[in-house]
Design a protein around this ligand. Structure first.
Ligand code: BGO
Length: 271
């Protein structure tokens, strides 16, 4: 049985460079069904049983653009064995916004901490082991441009894909938000698997229509989750989507603070 790897990341994180390095000339280019978003797939040059699917570059898994919808539908329904989430290590804070969402999907995930050559050049330090622990998935430092770390990355991805162990997202929001999420997970019951429950609960808390209609909630369940959302919005005096977005950024800022040491050379181009 072959392994299917999905490559996901922000625009400009080095995804094309990495995809070309992994697949060489073994690429097929087409469109995702129904949209004019380019779809690229290829076979790994060193093992033809490994297929790599390049997802569009995106900043979030919200359903606001065709690129985001394509990427999230593929991750949720396309059933990849493992996700390589490429992140630009010189822009960690911005890139982790997508990462924290990918980790919630219930899929095996390995992070490719790309552009490490630039981080080193700037004299910045990233505690990769700590970052891996705080996020809840393995991380392999890479430089797609220089072809560094690629073998270890694919080896880690294949192992994870074969084992099929989902990422274990470690980030937790404030108590008020976590209590609301727990109540929603309870209301969703067996409609969602334990590995995907957090993803769906967050989307339902945000009031995201697309997910709510996909879940086919009964009117009674809709009332229950609406009441949970209303109570949180009143308590925190904000709308649910902004509450979750701010909470994500707050937690990410904490993770970056814990794991990144900026050079004092003053030549860093980051943030
Ligand atoms: C240009 N290290 C470094 N230093 N650069 C990298 C790495 C890495 O690990 N990975 C990628 N890049 P894409 P998306 C460019 O094109 O793969 C560079 O959007 C330039 N071009 O070479 O396109 C990569 O697919 C002129 O840089 O990303 C590319 O995710 C001057 O990051 C850019 C400088 O990579 C984006 C850079 C004409």
């Amino acid at each position: 049985m072959g392994i299917r790897i999905a490559l996901a990341g922000n625009p400009n994180c080095g995804k094309t460079t990495m995809f070309n390095d992994l697949t060489g000339a073994n690429q097929y280019v087409g469109n995702w069904p129904g949209v004019t978003v380019e779809k690229k797939e290829g076979k790994y040059t060193k093992d033809k049983d490994v297929t790599v699917t390049d997802l569009p570059g995106i900043y979030s898994l919200s359903p606001y653009s065709p690129e985001e919808i394509v990427a999230r539908d593929y991750l949720l329904d396309g059933d990849p064995d493992v996700v390589i989430n490429l992140i630009d290590a010189t822009n960690l804070e911005r890139n982790l916004y997508l990462t924290t969402q990918i980790l919630e999907l219930g899929l095996p995930v390995v992070i490719a901490l790309n552009m490490m050559d630039l981080v080193e050049k700037n004299g910045d330090k990233i505690d990769v082991d700590k970052l891996s622990r705080e996020l809840g998935c393995p991380i392999v430092p890479t430089s797609a441009l220089k072809g560094r770390g690629m073998d270890e990355l694919v080896k880690t991805a294949i192992e994870l894909g074969k084992k099929g162990v989902p990422a274990a997202p470690q980030i937790r929001f404030s108590d008020e938000i976590e209590t609301a999420l727990a109540k929603i997970i309870d209301a969703l019951g067996s409609r969602v698997s334990p590995a995907t429950a957090r993803w769906f609960a967050i989307k339902v808390l945000e009031g995201e229509e697309r997910t709510i209609s996909q879940l086919k909630l009964t009117d009674a369940d809709k009332k229950t989750v609406d009441a949970i959302r209303d109570a949180l919005e009143t308590e925190l005096d904000d709308d649910a989507e902004s509450i979750v977005t701010s909470a994500r950024y707050d937690e990410i800022a904490g993770v970056v603070d814990d794991t990144v040491k900026k050079s004092t050379k003053g030549m860093s181009t980051t943030q």
